[in-house]
Design a protein around this ligand. Structure first.
Ligand code: ATR
Length: 271
């Protein structure tokens, strides 16, 4: 039986087992998918042992997404650019291939939820400069978004991303986001603000154009205050759950041989 799993620490909160087991069952495929709690010092040994235990691959989550790049034998271009991997493929020759599907998942979710959004239609405003922002910035540039306004509470992290990813990124002060908003064709929250148990995201959308698309990577709650405020302005909004679901598609397809669908049945299974 082909096995896959998700490696993290802690791992109990991960929705990935629900998602992959739903797909395995739905398509009647042989296989299983398990949560794997792994300490940092054990990461190398565990990953090297997995192929010998029948694992065909694994997802990787916090705090191991960057460390796995050093362990992998091959790193995809997008994982290298992002500086992190979330998907491992164990090849028949014993080698380990690391990929990052977070940016893909973000873009697939956005295209599904906002089919009229045109990447070349104007600038994006990105809130946050953490790991999720890195994947999204790479995906936006790949999609052809001409300019990105980047705001982060800790400004020097945003400056660092600009230095790394290029001049199409313009850093704006966290307190001055509203200055960039009138130009936004897309507004993205990549911070944890607005998540259940976290502080709210205070941003005034008064100058946001109603034709702008707004998305949030937070998916608990599904309808964040940001998305509610944007919907009230008439904006198309896309919730964050689909990013999680779509990022799992390439791995599942590699491991189990069938491209799975992201639909309401899957959403219900993971919520
Ligand atoms: P992830 O991998 O999900 O992106 P992360 O790398 O820890 O997680 O990044 C969290 C992001 O949320 C950062 O941009 C962080 O801002 P800082 O770089 O200033 O820490 C942002 N964030 C978290 N809590 C915040 C808060 N209370 N106010 C503003 N931004 C916050």
């Amino acid at each position: 039986v082909p096995l896959a799993g998700v490696i993290g620490n802690p791992i109990g909160q991960s929705r990935s087992p629900l998602m992959h087991k739903h797909w395995l069952q739905r398509y009647g495929l042989r296989g299983d998918y398990v949560p794997l709690q792994v300490r940092e010092g054990d990461l190398d040994a565990v990953i090297r042992a997995l192929p010998r235990m029948g694992f065909v691959g694994a997802n990787v989550t916090i705090p191991h997404k960057t460390a796995v790049l050093r362990i992998a034998d091959h790193v995809s271009d997008r994982a290298a650019a992002i500086g992190a991997a979330n998907t491992l493929i164990f090849r028949d020759d014993g080698s380990i291939h690391a990929d990052n599907t977070d940016g893909y998942g973000f873009m697939a979710n956005l295209r599904a939820g906002a089919p009229d959004w045109d990447p070349r239609g104007g600038p994006a405003v990105v809130l946050g400069a953490g790991g999720a922002a890195r994947a999204i910035l790479v995906a936006l540039a790949d999609a052809g978004v001409p300019q990105i306004f980047l705001a982060n509470r800790t400004r020097n992290k945003a400056d660092g991303l600009r230095a790394e990813f290029g001049d199409h990124i313009k850093v704006v002060d966290w307190t001055e986001v509203s200055v960039a908003l009138p130009q936004a064709n897309l507004l993205i929250n990549t911070t944890s603000l607005g998540m259940t148990g976290q502080p709210p995201l205070h941003i005034d959308l008064d100058t946001l154009q109603p034709h702008a698309t707004v998305t949030d990577i937070v998916y608990a709650p599904l309808q964040t205050p940001l998305l509610s405020a944007a919907a009230a302005r008439g904006c198309v909004t896309v919730d964050g759950l689909g990013m999680l679901l779509h990022q799992g598609v390439p791995g599942f397809e590699h491991w189990f041989g069938r491209r799975p669908e992201v639909d309401d049945a899957l959403r219900a299974a993971v919520l």
